[in-house]
Design a protein around this ligand. Structure first.
Ligand SMILES: [Fe+2]
Length: 116
């Protein structure tokens, strides 16, 4: 089974679950830049009954295996996470973010990052 089949793509829930990745479209090689990630364009509930249990960030690069660069597990789950971290790249890359909701499953977003 492809992992692709595991992702929820329900359009009614997408705005509250699909990760939003804020990163420059183009960056300079080997120069640090900020990555910001939040869950959904609309607020997702953060209660003990309905929450985002984990956020995983993968880096896809040509001629390299996919790399897990960040694993975030909000605790307590009642605080809406906004993740910010810094990366630098030695080649154009693609970021993949996977968020897991305890009621609505897995949601994915991706972002291409080119060089200036
Ligand atoms: Fe949810």
């Amino acid at each position: 089974m492809s992992l692709e089949k595991l992702f929820n793509r329900n359009p009614e829930e997408e705005k509250r679950h699909k990760p939003v990745i804020e990163v420059p479209d183009r960056v300079e090689p080997n120069k640090e830049f900020r990555v910001s990630i939040k869950i959904g364009e609309k607020p997702h509930p953060f209660t003990f009954n309905h929450y985002i249990s984990s956020i995983l960030v993968f880096l896809e690069q040509e001629n390299r295996p996919p790399l897990l660069v960040l694993k975030f597990e909000p605790f307590p789950p009642t605080i809406p996470p906004r993740i910010e971290f810094y990366l630098y790249l030695d080649r154009p890359s693609r970021l993949h973010v996977v968020a897991s909701c305890n009621l609505h499953g897995l949601w994915e977003a991706e972002k291409e990052i080119e060089f200036t």
